[in-house]
Design a protein around this ligand. Structure first.
Ligand SMILES: CC(C)(COP(=O)(O)OP(=O)(O)OC[C@H]1O[C@@H](n2cnc3c(N)ncnc32)[C@H](O)[C@@H]1OP(=O)(O)O)[C@@H](O)C(=O)NCCC(=O)NCCS
Length: 152
């Protein structure tokens, strides 16, 4: 696991394909990269996954993006990355880790809850207000953000 501080668009471009798997808006990705830290997992120098942690306040952190390269998905890399993100948030003094996902992101809702995250609130219309293009998954329009939290 390597900790990288990615602040420039040039640096971010190296990880953008992966980051866009979790978030279709490059503008939104660049916004939170400026505030947070990108961590990458590598196998033989190939980046297989990333996550981004952003501080909300002294005690609260947000997992803004977690993505595993398509050919590596379903092999436990995501679970390992999520554990690493939780561990890292604890290490920097976080007491709670939040993550937001779409109402249509059924697999991701399972993924986070299996790791112990609990549903906290719904940000109604978050995706319709913040994303230009409509997003569909599992035949459902992604309109609302489900915020899940884990006490650390
Ligand atoms: C979500 C994601 C990070 C999961 O990573 P992964 O390496 O594929 O997941 P893992 O193999 O570690 O699986 C972890 C758990 O999630 C479950 N899971 C993962 N993908 C799943 C899927 N498509 N359907 C159902 N369950 C799934 C697994 O069953 C596993 O559960 P288990 O611990 O009981 O075995 C990965 O699929 C991904 O990058 N998706 C695209 C980007 C994205 O959607 N990011 C999240 C944005 S909110």
């Amino acid at each position: 696991m390597i900790d990288l501080d990615i602040k420039t668009e040039e640096d971010a471009a190296r990880f953008m394909d992966l980051l866009l798997l979790a978030d279709p808006s490059p503008a939104m990705v660049l916004d939170y990269l400026a505030e947070g830290t990108l961590y990458s997992a590598r196998w033989d120098d190939v980046v297989v996954g990333v996550f981004v942690l952003v501080p909300l306040d002294d005690a609260k952190w947000e997992l803004k993006n977690i993505a595993v390269a398509e050919e590596w998905q379903g092999k436990g890399v995501g679970r390992a990355l999520l554990s690493a993100a939780i561990e890292e948030a604890r290490k920097v003094g976080g007491k709670r880790l939040d993550v937001g996902t779409g109402n249509s992101s059924l697999d991701q809702l399972a993924f986070y809850q299996k790791a112990g995250f609990r549903m906290q609130r719904i940000a109604t219309n978050y995706f319709t207000l913040n994303y230009k293009e409509p997003i569909f998954e599992n035949g459902i329009q992604c309109r609302d953000m489900v915020v899940l939290s884990l006490e650390l």
